[in-house]
Each structure stands twice: as C-alpha cells, then as structure tokens.
Ligand binder design. Structure first.
Ligand code: HEM
Length: 445
C-alpha cells in the first residue's frame, strides 16, 4: 500500500490548507510576497479578443493566465464519448510507458516534459504568429537535427509511433507533444495534473534557431529570453523546477544519467534546496544555469519560496501549472477554439516510497553498479530474473550491455553467458530496440 506523505494529506486547495493550520495564512502571504509576480499578459488570440467574444475554454484559459483560476486540477474526472475520449486512450498508453516500477517517472516522462518546452519555447514576441507549440520539433525533424534536442531522441521516436497509431482519430502533433508533457509531469510522484487543452494547429515550417537556452547561460540572458516569451522571472524559476526530475545525459555524457537532485523522477522541491546547498551528494550534477537563477536577485526569492517540502511544494505546483499552461500555448492563435481534456489525464500521485532507496543513496555517493543505476538508466523498471526494456541503439551499446555484463560477471556469470542472456527481440524503428534479458539476480535487494 502507498505510504501517505504530508503532501498527499494536503494536496488540496490552499484555502483548505490555510484553514487546517493556525498561522498558515500569514506564512502563505509571506511566501507569496517572496515568490514574485507571475506574468498576467495575454497571449495568442486572447490578446486580441474582447471578453464578450470568448467561449468557455477561452475564458478559462484567460483566467488561468491572469491568476484567477488554478492551472491544475487535482481530482480525476470520468471521460465520456466526447472529443477527449481518444486522449484518454493516449494518456493511458503514455502513462504505462512513462511510469517506472521504482516509484519514479522514467526517461520517457522526463524527455516528454522537456520536449513540450523545446517545441513551444521556440516562440518569442518577435516570431509573432509563427513557431511555438506547433509540432514542428517532429514535423520538420528539428528533433533529429538540432543540437539542443539531442537528449530527446527516444521520446521523438516514441511520439512518432504514438502519432502514427492514433492519427486516424484526427489528433495533431502539437497537441500530442504538449499532452505528452502533462502526462509526463503527472506520471512523476507529486507532479501536478496540469490543465491540458487540445486543438492547436500543426506547422511544417521550421522554427527560428537560438530561442532555447543553453546550460551555462547567465541569469540575465535567461530572464530576458523568457520575458520575450511573456514569462516573468518568477515564472522562469517555476518552470526551471522541472529539473527536479531530470537526469542529464548529454551535458556531461561520461558518466551519463547523473541527476539534478537526489530524487530523480520525483516532482519534489528537494531540487530547489540541493541547487543552493553545498552538501548535495557527489553525483548530483547542478546545471550552471540553474545555479545562476537560484542566486540571482530577480529569481532568488522565488527559488527560496518553493524550497520547503510542504508549503513550497504546494506553491510550486500551483505556479508551475499556471506557467506551464502559458508555455504550452505560446504561438497558438486559436486558443478560444480549444477543448479542455484535463479529465483524460492520469491521477495525481501524492506519495512515493522508493523500493531502491538504499541503492539510490549508494549511487548518489558515487557507485554506479547497482540495481538503482540499472533502473535509473533504463525506463526505471526494476529488473527481476528476466525482463524486457525498450532502449535506444546508442544507449544499448554504451550503457546497457556493458553495465549488465559487469553486474552478471560480479554475480559469478561468464562473459559468454552474459551475451547469451540478451536477446534483441524487436526493432521498432532505426533508433528504438526492445531488449530481453535474463540475469541471476532475483528481486531487488
Ligand atoms: C532555464 C533554462 C533551461 C536550461 C538552460 C535547460 C537546460 C537543460 C539541460 C542542459 C538538460 C540536460 C539534458 C541532457 O544532458 O540530456 C535539461 C534537462 C531537462 N530539462 Fe531543461 N533547461 C531549461 C529549462 C527547462 C524548462 C523550462 C523545462 C520544462 C518546462 C525543462 C525541462 C527539462 C527536463 C524535464 C529535463 C530532463 C530530461 C531528461 O532527464 O532526460 N527545462 N535541461
């Protein structure tokens, strides 16, 4: 049974929380002040339409962008036979692929969140009605050809598989990508159920280059880059919090997989604390850009306001959801015609209890040969006596085989036996392989 955490107990509206704890109102108000303002500027067609011309969804999105409605819906609802029906099928399929068996979300989920940013984030005030959340990252091979998308190859291959499978139902690529980001987020324990909208227009026009940030960018560069996308410094700090779940692989490829906090695959605020701490474990790799934001005068207050495990988490989930709705609609000029399909998302996961806690600690202190490493690098599935994982060709050759050979040899097997224990079962496409393996370890220890 799931162990309830504090956040589970209070994953409710802030009003309820404030009522439950004496003095909380004041604490929340102080945190609010420290957090700094999120943007209220309108985007897309909402900036041009009068209130009287807005439909229900357009009005709801306007309210989210201006802070009058929440950007998340904690509670699941049922899905009927409407436009969202197909998205329920897609959400279930994505969720099954994105949730690991070690109570974390896996690399598909993390890459899907990042991919949502890399498609939408190519919009800026100067690109006007072009670019943004339009699917071009996949439709014109930006994913395959642009350096900043190198860490997204597996999710790009998988998104194409999902698109081909469901396109007969009229889904669009831009929607699939942004929906993947919200399913990815809620597939991570503590990740919010971000309000999700369907109906964007796809584009096969390449987006302009140079509108996505680099890992050593200064706070000033990042702040002006995001302000040009209508995102305030507070919004930038909130969105960058997505690195709580991250495990970089390309910024420092050797060794790949080092996380950005001690709980990769979990949507918690430990990342905020560890980014500014001198005592983070050895293998927690902090991005220079994150440290710059954590220490800059414009973003430091927001960063700190999210840092606590309890109220910080609630504030951050709220702020992240609101800013993500904005991000996911950059460059969209038919917002008033969209349909809300939040109800198709999986349930919020308010607790986690990793079955490989001890191994994860060993990994974070520097060891890599562990069951936790194995899980972290390969879809976060814990290997039993035999298993099936889907991995990329590069990952298979550089990480998976050598790592498992080491483990099996340690357990007394020979190299010959080790190779024989792998069977490449099926190649989905040129990048993605399904590998069956067998080894001598029975269950996680
Ligand atoms: C502030 C500017 C940002 C910079 C400089 C930045 C940079 C990076 C870098 C270098 C990585 C590691 C990639 C790798 O080595 O494979 C990464 C990972 C990631 N980023 Fe960002 N990022 C930024 C903002 C964001 C935002 C706004 C989001 C989402 C809303 C996001 C979501 C992610 C996620 C989920 C990962 C993990 C990917 C994985 O584990 O495979 N990032 N980012």
């Amino acid at each position: 049974m799931r162990k309830p955490t504090l956040i589970n107990a209070v994953a409710v509206a802030m009003a309820g929380v404030a009522a439950a704890f004496p003095g909380m109102d004041q604490t929340l108000a102080e945190i609010e002040k420290r957090q700094g303002p999120l943007s209220t500027s309108l985007i897309g067609d909402l900036a041009e339409l009068a209130d009287k011309d807005l439909g229900a969804t357009g009005r709801a999105i306007k309210n989210i962008l201006t802070g009058r409605e929440s950007g998340q819906r904690e509670r699941a609802e049922s899905v009927g036979k409407d436009k969202c029906c197909i998205w329920k099928y897609i959400a279930d399929e994505m969720h099954a692929a994105m949730a690991g068996s070690a109570e974390r979300c896996n690399d598909f989920a993390r890459q899907a969140v990042r991919m949502g940013f890399h498609d939408a984030g190519t919009w800026s005030k100067s690109t006007g009605k072009k670019s943004g959340a339009d699917g071009s990252i996949l439709l014109v091979r930006e994913c395959d050809e642009r350096r900043e998308n190198k860490g997204l190859l597996e999710i790009c291959a998988q998104m194409r598989i999902w698109f081909d499978k469901h396109k007969e139902f009229g889904i669009g690529m831009a929607d699939l990508i942004q929906f993947g980001a919200t399913v990815g987020t809620v597939s991570c324990p503590l990740g919010p159920r971000i309000r999700s909208f369907i109906g964007r227009k796809d584009s096969k026009e390449p987006s302009p280059k140079g509108l996505l940030p680099g890992p050593s960018a200064s706070a000033d560069t990042l702040i002006s880059m995001f302000e040009d996308k209508t995102i305030s410094p507070a919004g930038l700090a909130a969105l960058t919090g997505a690195h709580t779940t991250s495990q970089q692989r390309n910024m420092q490829p050797d060794p790949a997989g080092d996380p950005q906090d001690s709980t990769p695959g979990v949507w918690d605020t430990l990342y905020c604390r560890e980014t500014t701490s001198k005592d983070a474990p050895k293998r927690v790799l902090k991005l220079q850009s994150d440290m710059n934001l954590a220490n800059d005068t414009h973003t430091r207050g927001t960063w700190r306001s999210f840092s606590s495990a309890f109220i910080g988490q609630i504030k951050w989930n709220q702020a992240y959801s609101r800013e993500h709705v904005r991000l996911s609609l950059l460059g969209v000029y038919n917002i008033n015609e969209l349909t809300e399909c939040t109800k198709a998302l999986p349930n919020f996961m308010g607790s986690f209890d990793s079955p490989v806690k001890k191994q994860l600690q060993d990994f974070l202190r520097g060891g890599r040969d562990s069951i936790a490493t194995d899980a972290l690098l390969h879809r976060d599935k814990l290997p039993g006596p035999s298993g099936l994982v889907g991995i990329s060709r590069d990952d298979m050759l550089t990480n998976f085989f050598p790592l498992r050979m080491g483990i099996i040899e340690k357990a007394g097997g020979s190299k010959g036996q080790t190779w024989a224990s792998f069977l490449v079962a099926r190649a989905h496409d040129r990048d993605l392989f399904m590998v069956m393996f067998h080894d001598s370890r029975a269950t996680p220890h």
